[in-house]
Write a protein that binds this ligand. Structure first.
Ligand SMILES: [Zn+2]
Length: 410
């Protein structure tokens, strides 16, 4: 019977999530940027709870919280993050951390289960100072020079200063121990409409899309907006606008079924109403889980930029500034999540890729990784109104803990 598998305490899970929501509360969400006072309080909150799950707590030199077990057999690492985007939602991150804590509380003291769940809260998943600095540090992908360069995108405070301010300076950074974990598992809200739209309760993540980012620069001729005749202009801003529209016209014929692309920032130089822009820059992103699709679109992007540059009498430069390979989720974890969903969510699960980045893609570089998604009401996230029904949160906790149990019992 299902009840014998799980002693998940749904009320305890909801109470923990609400306790975290009260730390840095903003409307019905939270404002808990990395290394802010409420963020540090949330890390302390978790560190104080880990002993309840037979785990030893540590906050490391980059702000990761790790709960480690003394059990000798197979250990599963589980977690997510506790900082938030600015003035954002209460579940993005904390859901996965509280589920991991609950799994550890249920599984670790059970003498019939030889394995254990270890808990992690990765620092700065939301990218206030960089991208995935906490989990990347854990897998050995962050140098001291990277930390020297990192700055808070909102306040310009350096990461070194922030670490000093919160008292973490001088602490060692935790590193993954080879062979310690059978894998990493993370639960997260979907942040989209797939599950809610289909009346489903659990998303079984198959892959996390790769993010490729580009800086595109058109250079023309800065000149007077009143005296320069239209035929004589080399308007870099106009070239950039043409490219944005042309991308949207041409990409659909070459993209995959779930490819998305975004122009996130445009800068015109000098950016004044009476001056024809001599330089125009845009930051452009492509996300897909198939590298061949991204390669094809990148070539198209370069061709379009060159063509429009020539037509606009401007030079065009396309620089790839971030290349993200998609991360595939482990087949065994996908099966375990599906089996647990059959037991605790009436089989209302679906396999789906993740269009958002998560720490699981970083952990996937060194160990098998799995992710499960919960429905987001209205698909809303990165906003204070982000929410998931309490009943869905409890169902998700049961599926998550059962998945962990299946994995550490093997
Ligand atoms: Zn998140």
């Amino acid at each position: 019977m299902a009840d014998n598998h799980s002693k998940v305490d749904g009320a305890r899970v909801l109470a923990d999530l609400n306790a975290l929501r009260a730390i840095g509360a903003y409307k019905t969400g939270v404002h808990r940027p990395t290394f802010s006072e409420p963020h540090m309080r949330s890390l302390e909150w978790l560190a104080e709870r880990l002993p309840e799950a037979a785990l030893t707590a540590e906050i490391d030199g980059i702000g990761n919280v790790l709960g480690t077990s003394a059990k000798s057999r197979s250990k599963l690492l589980a977690g997510s993050h506790l900082e938030s985007q600015n003035f954002a939602g209460w579940l993005d991150g904390p859901l996965g951390v509280v589920y991991a804590l609950e799994a550890a509380r249920v599984i670790n003291p059970d003498s019939n289960i030889k394995g254990a769940v270890e808990v992690a809260a990765w620092c700065d998943e939301e990218g206030h100072f960089g991208h995935f600095l906490g989990s990347r540090s854990y897998v050995g992908d962050v140098t001291e020079a990277d930390i020297d360069e990192a700055r808070d995108r909102s306040s310009d405070r350096t990461m070194r200063q922030a670490l000093q301010d919160v008292g973490l300076v001088g602490r060692p950074r935790a590193r993954a121990e080879r062979g310690r974990h059978i894998g990493y598992i993370e639960a997260h809200i979907e942040q989209g409409l797939t599950l809610e739209g289909a009346g489903l309760k659990i998303g079984v993540v198959t892959s996390i899309v790769g993010i490729s980012q580009y800086r595109i620069v058109f250079a023309g001729e800065q000149n007077h907006a009143g005296t320069t005749r239209m035929k004589d202009r080399k308007d870099a801003g106009l070239a950039l606008a043409r490219l944005c529209v042309t991308i949207d016209d041409c990409f659909p014929a070459s993209c995959g079924p779930r490819t998305v692309w975004t122009t996130g920032r445009i800068t015109l130089d000098p950016g004044a109403p009476s001056i024809i822009p001599g330089r125009a820059e845009m930051l452009f992103q492509i996300r897909d889980d198939n590298p061949e699709t991204v390669d094809r679109l990148e070539k198209l992007l370069r061709d379009l930029a060159a063509e429009i540059g020539a037509k606009s009498r401007c030079s065009a430069e396309v620089m790839r500034i971030r290349a993200g390979a998609p991360a595939l989720m482990d087949a065994g974890f996908q099966k375990a999540i599906e089996d647990a969903s059959a037991t605790f969510a009436s089989g209302k699960s679906i396999r789906m890729p993740s269009g958002a980045g998560h720490d699981a893609q970083v952990l996937a570089k060194i160990m098998p990784a799995g992710m499960l998604f919960l429905p987001s009401i209205g698909g809303i996230s990165h906003h204070w109104s982000e929410n998931t029904a309490d009943a869905d949160i409890v169902t998700g906790a049961q599926v998550f803990v059962e998945t962990c149990r299946l994995c550490v019992s093997q």
